[in-house]
Write a protein that binds this ligand. Sequence first.
Ligand code: PMP
Length: 404
Amino acid sequence: MPFDPETLRHEFPILATEVNGRPLVYLDNAATTHNPRRVIDASSHYYEALNSNIHRGTHHLARAATEAHEKARETVAAHLNAASPDEVIFTAGTTDGVNLVANCLTPSLAEGDEILISTLEHHSNIVPWQMLAERTGATLKVIPCHDDGTLDQAAFSELISTRTKVLALTWVSNAFGTVSPVVEMTQSAKAVGAQVLIDAAQAVPHMSIDVQALGADFLVFSGHKIYAPTGIGILWGRREALESLPPWRGGGEMIKEVSFEKTTYNDLPFKFEAGTPNIEGGIALAAAIDFVNELGMDDIRAHEDALIREAAERLSAIDGIHLYGPDDRAGALSFKLEGVHHYDLGTLIDQMGVAVRTGHHCCQPLMARFGITGTTRASFAAYNTHADVEALATAVSKAAMMLR
Ligand code: PMP
């Protein structure tokens, strides 16, 4: 089936929303994407036909729910080209996955060790590592970026050393859309024996991911960035990497046997899944993954790239616009209008039906690096169209005339 965003839009009920009597132009996809009908149906179907607690149930519904839950794990594993579904841990999202790994790594770090992150990181890939550094006495180091929002690879080569125990890196910047060379950087980190975690929150919606080719130890993402509901996410870990970690949260499901004297822990993946999981969320995420695979990740990326390039061109033509990030962006386009606060710009274009995000995008250190408090960010998904870009450019130029 040829990729046709106009037809695709009909699968997303929320895109029929009107704002101030105008059709919604939704360009806030880096914050959250919408769910197509089939994902909403998968969620409803779960509550209508499967709702039950999973594992160990002897009854029909418990078996059916368990089967659907484990099938969803298999779908995620296949999508990531994981060696086994056992390497796929259901989490609440990217933040939850980073915290899980950072907490489990506590016994592996000590004073003198270094944790390496980058200037491009979202707060959720900064703060858990700062907390780990505080707990263990390790030092947090930061890879700087160039003025075009790409990482400084020469500085990275100097920073990485046998002291580096962890490299935690975002694949795609949610603020600027920068795509970092994570495969090469992972290779350098593995060569010095570091553990590597990739924040793929903004990579999964825009590109195919092959965790075996990537070579990292851990990769995390959130369902709601890839057309699935909030509250579900994935931690993928290489089997040996996951097996070497102690469990973090204790409770039901993650145990083999419990006595007051001693508890033995379950095998992967359950060792890291204490308590009743978000069963419906996992099933809906699998439906969303089937959906993007039917569309084709390459076609999605090519379509979004064309829109971003067009948006960059149209916005640059407006007097006083400054764009952030490199020319090759994935998903997100950040900009500022000289003399205008990003919040005022965002509020005004919302009146015209255009939904964008303004502010620091949970990247305060990145904003500080550029001497700003925030930007206006338009971010794209498969269902966006040239008409959306047109509406964005028109709204921003009208706002520029009104605000300056
Ligand atoms: N990392 C990146 C790059 C993100 O874009 C986001 C979400 N904006 C997160 C982490 C955090 O994701 P969540 O809030 O779903 O845990």
